[in-house]
Design a binder for this molecule. Structure first.
Ligand SMILES: Cc1ncc(COP(=O)(O)O)c(C=O)c1O
Length: 369
């Protein structure tokens, strides 16, 4: 039977990520013995106050507040912005999808700047939009003139800019954002990793664009509790939106998109956000160790990063073989890429000091073929 929407046939088949426990079993290790540096999660997990609040969750049998009111009030207070600008989703991923859902018609163009977070192009394709790529420079900076040409030619309604960018970890240049804001399109700055940047202040408030949102009709800033706050498994993210866009997203969102547990965990995290400072500092220190130590290996080149991960190019031997060796021989998981612009690259998340120790020891033993 061929009843599916025609454009879906062009999407690659779904390849589920292997669950953590299954992967551990396949590698012959206990899950707690794996070193998981492949998804930029926070190995320290939630704050202790969050774990306590989750343990005594009052109303798991009642549907969550569809408007995530108390969480949005806490966000409004934290940032000193009106409540109406805040929208909460099941991860920043859900917010990305809602943006695409309300803005893109089938056949519209999304201008993407690869290598970057794959979700942007993926969602555009799911919604039958066409993806036009303006690849980055070899150092992953954005080619601003080429991008402005593409924007003026294709008239996209929205552009997504991860800052810091995933997978290289460097913030987008301010001049790129400013130039795009002058064009007639929505500029979504995805600040999933901003807490880890050097000049951002320990909680990312220093260089975030979030507080500019009420002053612009076309700026969206996304944030997440998945990374610095250690809540990736609970799925909760937020964003500041122009009111016209938030209004449209309210119309099309699922009523109970953010679970009771996720709303509580996010709220308690905000309440105790000062306690995240030492956690972020520890992860930043491990990132610095990776940036210092990895280039000492004769077969790795490392790009500068201000996120909780680093991108490395494997210059001798195969990056895929190195990924497999780390997993099989040492139980260390890193992310391997093979798409254009990222051939022979590995992305390694910052972990705990003992994770870095194990990684470096394993890398020193590796003999590139
Ligand atoms: C740039 C970027 N944006 C958004 C996300 C998704 O975040 P969330 O877990 O809040 O959906 C990620 C996750 O890896 C990311 O790298």
């Amino acid at each position: 039977m061929n009843l599916l929407r025609a454009h879906l046939a062009q999407l690659p088949p779904y390849k589920p990520v292997e669950p953590y426990e299954v992967l551990a079993r396949r590698l012959g290790r206990r899950p707690e013995d794996l070193v998981k540096l492949d998804a930029n999660e926070n190995p320290y997990g939630p704050l202790p106050q969050v774990r306590e609040a989750l343990a005594r969750l009052d109303y798991p049998h009642i549907y969550p507040d569809p408007a995530s009111r108390t969480l949005r009030e806490a966000l409004a207070e934290t940032y000193g912005l009106p409540l109406e600008h805040f929208f909460v989703g099941a991860g920043a991923d859900e917010l990305l999808e809602l943006i695409v859902r309300v803005l893109l018609e089938p056949g519209d163009v999304l201008v993407d700047v690869p290598p970057t977070f794959g979700m942007y192009a993926f969602l555009a394709r799911v919604y039958a939009a066409r993806v036009v790529e303006v690849p980055r420079n070899p150092d992953f900076s954005i080619r601003l003139e080429a991008l402005l040409d593409a924007v003026r030619t294709y008239r996209p309604k929205v552009i997504f800019l991860a800052s810091p960018n995933n997978p290289n970890g460097w913030p987008v240049a301010r001049e790129v954002v400013e130039a795009l804001l002058e064009e007639p399109l929505v500029v979504v700055v995805d600040e999933a990793y901003i807490e880890f940047t050097d000049d951002g202040g320990p909680l990312g408030e220093g260089n975030s664009l979030l507080t500019r949102v009420p002053h612009r009709e076309n700026l969206v800033v996304l944030r997440t509790f998945s990374k610095a706050a250690g809540l990736a498994g609970l799925r909760v993210g937020y964003g500041a939106f122009p009111l016209w866009l938030a209004e449209a997203m309210w119309k099309v969102k699922q009523p109970y998109n953010v679970s009771v547990a996720a709303q509580v965990a996010a709220r308690v995290t905000l309440q105790h956000r000062q306690d995240l400072i030492p956690v972020v500092e520890r992860l930043r220190a491990e990132r610095q160790r990776l940036l210092l130590e990895l280039p000492r290996l004769p077969y790795l080149e490392v790009y500068p990063s201000q996120a909780n991960f680093v991108l490395a190019r494997v210059t001798q031997g195969s990056a895929e073989a190195l990924r497999d060796y780390l997993a099989r021989e040492h139980g260390i998981l890193v992310r391997y890429f093979k798409q254009p612009g990222l051939r022979q690259h590995l992305r390694i998340s910052a972990g705990r000091p003992e994770d870095t120790d194990r990684l470096l020891e394993a890398l020193h033993q590796w003999q590139p073929a």
